[in-house]
Ligand binder design. Structure first.
Ligand SMILES: NC(=O)c1ccc[n+]([C@@H]2O[C@H](COP(=O)([O-])OP(=O)(O)OC[C@H]3O[C@@H](n4cnc5c(N)ncnc54)[C@H](O)[C@@H]3O)[C@@H](O)[C@H]2O)c1
Length: 452
């Protein structure tokens, strides 16, 4: 069997590496039009950072895992084609700022139709609006020279930072297909691949629309929990309640459960915001404005939380941070990834620059040039923004520290030494609630968490 995956990003690369690793008899080719990305997948410095990924790729690459820019050849040879291209929020035209931009998905469908001469199973791995399979099907049928296609939905639930573990041991694999003999057979073929390492009870099969929609809904529910606890964090700060204590108390209720109840500076990442905007837009399009508004509220709360954090820094530093040095610790949207898409740190740094602070960012995995371009735009610079090589360097001479990513190393910094080198009074704003505020206060810091 031959598999091709179009899109060698955070999803395509790791998922295909895992399939190749677990199924040595299947030839897996991952293609992308981005030459630099493919070159990196073929090198020792992979284009994305994920714990454990290097080993998985090293085992399979060159054996049955290949990375290439020859999209057409890989499509022509494949029995199964995963579509794992980006589906960002539209920035233009109808639905701008909310709808998913499906231009990459559509262009891939057209290329498949052009190139394919034998039967293919097309698998939607990208997160897409419900009913996209219908669009893909129509494009394939209208443009192909008679090859038979089955379109499946197989959304990816991996989380960045734990992608390898999530792929090795997924809570579930979801496969949606047409409820026809051809559709059922295609679903079974794909299920058979995952069954090499995932138990059958964890492989859920549904109709196409349930599968497509479930991905958007899963992300909406996850993000909603974060916005819910973040909303409560604001109330805790006003009342003297401690949000971690509240989260622990409510999480013990088995109907609520303890996970995803960590208050923070807000969620980031390429998915939550885009998928909820998309869900909300879909609801509106289907004539459900109240439902659309309900979900849009999750985003509004997240935006509020990010702004609240930077506003608190300014307010606490005596209402001015102009010309003060602020060390921002962490820039990735969460720990154990180098991904900065929609990272809350971006907005925090921008707000502080707007207040004319001198901002020094440190992140253990994000390259300095990427930090600068994420904040200012590609090719731009601002003398007030710089990047340090360590947390200690960023903190030297600073008036305040702001933790924006929960990297483990920030838990164990030598805060006593850091405090010595800072301006006094020295402030700490822990946007992830990972340090012991009492201990920092004992060292002399004026220390604040979220919801504390
Ligand atoms: N990142 C995540 O954690 C995550 C998790 C689950 C699902 N998803 C979904 O998976 C999809 C991919 O996400 P990602 O983070 O991997 O995106 P990404 O931007 O990292 O990768 C997408 C890749 O597709 C390539 N591409 C686009 N059009 C192409 C074309 N016509 N031919 C060849 N290559 C093309 C791009 O060059 C890019 O390298 C999105 O729909 C996303 O919502 C992402």
């Amino acid at each position: 069997m031959k598999i091709c995956c179009i899109g060698a990003g955070y999803v395509g690369g790791p998922t295909m590496a895992m399939i190749a690793f677990k199924a040595p008899d299947i030839r897996v080719t991952v293609v992308d039009m981005n030459e630099a990305r493919i070159a990196a997948w073929n090198s020792d410095a992979l284009p994305i950072y994920e714990p454990g990924l290097d080993e998985v790729v090293k085992q399979a690459r060159g054996r049955n895992l290949f990375f290439s820019t020859d999209v057409r050849a890989a499509i022509a040879a494949a029995d199964i084609i995963f579509v794992s291209v980006n589906t960002p929020t539209k920035t233009y035209g109808v639905g701008a700022g909310r709808a998913a931009d499906l231009r990459y998905v559509e262009s891939v469908a057209r290329t498949i139709a052009e190139v394919a001469t034998s039967p293919k199973i097309i698998v939607e791995k990208s997160t897409i609006p419900v009913k996209t399979a219908e669009t893909i099907q129509q494009i394939l049928v209208a443009n192909s020279s008679g090859a038979a296609f089955q379109v499946l939905s197989n959304p990816e639930f991996l989380a960045e930072g734990t992608a390898v573990q999530d792929l090795l041991n997924p809570d579930r694999v979801l496969i949606g297909g047409e409820r026809t003999p051809g559709g059922d057979a295609a679903v079974e073929t794909l299920a058979g691949i995952y069954a090499r390492w995932v138990s059958r009870e964890r492989i859920i099969t549904t109709n196409l629309w349930s599968s497509e929609l479930s991905k958007l809904v899963a992300n909406a529910f996850l993000a909603q929990r974060i916005s819910s606890i973040n909303a409560i964090s604001a109330l805790c700060e006003e009342t003297g309640a401690d949000v971690d204590e509240v989260a622990n108390a409510i999480g013990k209720d088995s109907r609520i459960g303890p996970k995803f109840l960590k208050a923070s500076v807000g969620f980031g990442g390429s998915c939550f915001q885009k998928d909820i905007l998309n869900l909300s837009y879909l609801c509106e399009r289907f004539g459900l404005p109240e439902v659309a508004d309900y979900w849009a509220g999750v985003i509004r709360m997240n935006d509020h939380q990010k702004r609240r954090f930077s506003a608190k820094i300014v307010r606490t530093l005596f209402n001015t941070v102009a010309d003060k040095r602020i060390a921002v610790l962490g820039f990735a949207f969460k720990k154990d990834t180098d991904d900065t898409r929609e990272s809350p740190a971006i907005g925090v740094v921008r707000d502080l620059l707007d207040e004319q602070a001198n901002v020094v960012v440190y992140d253990p995995k994000v390259p300095p040039a990427e930090i600068v371009s994420a904040v200012l735009g590609r090719g731009q610079s601002n003398p007030r923004l710089s990047v340090a090589k360590s947390a200690a360097e960023a903190a030297r001479g600073a008036h305040a520290l702001a933790i924006t990513t929960e990297w483990d190393e920030f838990r164990t910094l030598d805060y006593e030494k850091i405090f010595e080198g800072m301006q006094k009074p020295a402030f700490m704003f822990d946007g992830r609630n990972i340090v012991n505020l009492e201990k920092l206060r004992a060292l002399g810091f004026r220390a604040f968490g979220i919801g504390k």
